[in-house]
Ligand binder design. Structure first.
Ligand code: ATP
Length: 256
């Protein structure tokens, strides 16, 4: 029997007034996969992403994480079940340091550990020490150690994006949702980003959902691609299969 998918999107529909933004979309994600979600403008990618991060409530269907519905979880508690995300436009606390931004991500995961630790052992903050160690490890991993004490707003855009990734990693996600991470990056930065996403999957065994317009990036790093158009799933398969799918080609040509 096939293993329970890490994440199952089951017949998800979303309507805004009269607009059907998603129409019965289903697909599975398996542990360790990099899944690319593509589609022309207005296809429903952001809407689906927002359902996965619990900002939108589907009007029909379900989303299962390891077999259990996530739909009753409020958005601020999805980190606890292992869903981490980044934003299309960097959404960091720009007046805080890199270190503080990443600590905030780590807190989203371990706040309850710290409270229970300090209740059990007054004065001994074991949870806090573990959190510091985790933050240090992530800053090192993403080569942000040298700018740890810099204020985020003064850093180059590409570095800010890496800080966002660090903050998401600090929540220790099982699934990392990346919302157009290549947006605003130059050619070399996109190449480095692709490398980094692949490393994160390989080293840290994190499953990645990548919503992205940059076809070169998606096709070079995704194991599996889901293509949407007008809120419906058009195709689902390997990058090569989806890229040569006549319906996908037609949807992209028709959208220009
Ligand atoms: P893009 O690549 O341009 O970001 P997308 O694939 O992410 O597009 P969505 O933003 O999910 O597409 O939009 C899907 C449809 O839902 C569009 O018709 C859009 O106008 C509509 N839509 C999305 N969000 C809302 C909203 N909050 N209220 C009303 N309509 C919305």
């Amino acid at each position: 029997p096939a293993a329970t998918p890490l994440l199952a999107v089951c017949n998800v529909s979303v309507t805004f007034g009269g607009i059907v933004a998603l129409n019965g979309v289903s697909f599975d994600m398996h542990q360790g996969q990099i899944l690319g979600l593509i589609g022309p403008n207005g296809a429903g990618k952001t809407t689906l992403f927002n359902c996965l991060s619990r900002l939108y409530q589907p009007s029909a269907g379900d989303i299962l994480m390891e077999g259990a519905s996530i739909l009753r979880r409020p958005p601020h508690r999805i980190a606890e079940i292992g869903i981490g995300r980044t934003f299309q436009n960097v959404a960091l606390f720009s007046n805080l340091s890199v270190l503080d931004n990443v600590r905030i991500g780590a807190h989203a995961r371990t706040q309850s550990d710290i409270i229970s630790d300090s209740l059990r052992l007054p004065g001994v903050r074991r949870g806090e020490a573990a959190l510091n160690a985790r933050v240090d490890e992530i800053l090192g991993y993403l080569e942000l150690g040298d700018v740890a004490h810099n204020v985020v707003s003064g850093l180059p855009f590409g570095t800010q994006k890496r800080v966002e990734l660090a903050r998401a990693l600090a929540t220790e996600p099982k699934i990392l949702l990346l919302d157009e991470p290549a947006g605003g990056l130059n050619h070399e930065e996109v190449y480095a980003l692709g490398d980094l996403i692949r490393r994160i999957r390989n080293d840290r065994k994190i499953t990645v959902l990548l919503v992205e317009h940059h076809m070169g990036l998606v096709m070079s790093i995704a194991d599996h691609v889901v293509a949407l158009n007008f809120g419906r799933k058009l195709a689902d398969g390997t990058p090569a299969a989806v890229q040569s799918d006549p319906d996908v080609i037609k949807a992209y040509l028709g959208s220009k």
